[in-house]
Write a protein that binds this ligand. Sequence first.
Ligand code: GLA
Length: 392
Amino acid sequence: MSEPAGDLVAAKFQEKYGASPRIFRAPGRVNLIGEHTDYNDGFVMPAAIGSYTWIAAARREDHILEVHSSHFEEKINLSLDALAGPPRRHWSDFIRGVAATLQDAGHLLSGANLFIHGEVPLGAGLSSSASLEVSTALALSSLSGIDVPFLELVKLCQKAEHEYVGTRCGIMDQFIASFGAAGHALMLDCRSLEYELLPMPQDVRLVVCNSMVKHELASGEYNLRRADCEAGVKLLQPYLPEIRALRDVQIADLEAYQHVLPTTVYQRCRHVVTENQRVLAAAKALQSGDVDRFGHLMYRSHASLRDDYKVSCRELDVLVHLASSSPGVYGARMTGGGFGGCTVNLIKTDAASSFKTHIAQAYMESTGIAPEIYIYEPAQGAESWPSVGGHV
Ligand code: GLA
């Protein structure tokens, strides 16, 4: 499905520049469980999906990045000598930010022509942003002849999103876009950055339902949630001096000191503390092949995001409710930052296509919206791709 996209960007590049490009790609992701825990030093369990940001690129001898976006049908020029500046709320902030943070870290970049084609739906909670950042970082560093270790690329891309896009995101999305492995979910400890690849059972599929309600993380709600969590830690620290982040808080301690927290902050903290426990339990369930238990934890995660963290919306709740009464479904929940976007559904392989038909119709009846539904298997993280015309 994706391979022709590599050929397509190569052909487009060839048409524009009369030269053969090198091809790079990084995937989107779905998060199976562990939502809004990454920036609290907690645990997450995403999987990369076979939907990519593709970049055809070649080096230039000056200090210019000439960047075409097929999605926005727009071309912009950036000077590598003048990348600094606040977010401009334009898609090029991602490119500008990645190039600037690479250079600030001491990696001197060459100019480049880039043609970008994104398959990951925008604003759908499937991490189109990180897939663009990581594919850009891989393209720019490779073309400049610099070998930046993936872990450093991940951290630089996260920094770029904080400083040049304005979302104070955690590290999950950039991490899975880089370290994802085919057939596996990835369990990540966002404090130590140690991770484990967990094989997904052969007979289940990840079905992603797009509510078609677009989210906009940079618009503020995401950063507000993060600020609530940080406020909770500050208010609890006088009583629990050993804590550094919500990761360190036990549910019994949170309940004991509930009275020192405003209600909203308490609810946000309760989501994070219980969600961390659910991720650990889900990893055990997956390791022991208990998919029913895994699915049950997904439903509980959704309820917590809806009721305590308040990042769901009516359409996502409808999708999860419909899934819960559909045959062959182990579990369902919203995935990603929230406020719209997608649900992830864990489904018996042989039930996946009838689920797709059923949910599309039932969602349409309930909301008047036609959803998009994708069936995924976990995919590989960022890589360079052999171009049709050969490497430059
Ligand atoms: C967005 C952010 C991630 C993470 C999720 C919520 O995708 O980029 O870092 O916080 O939201 O789990």
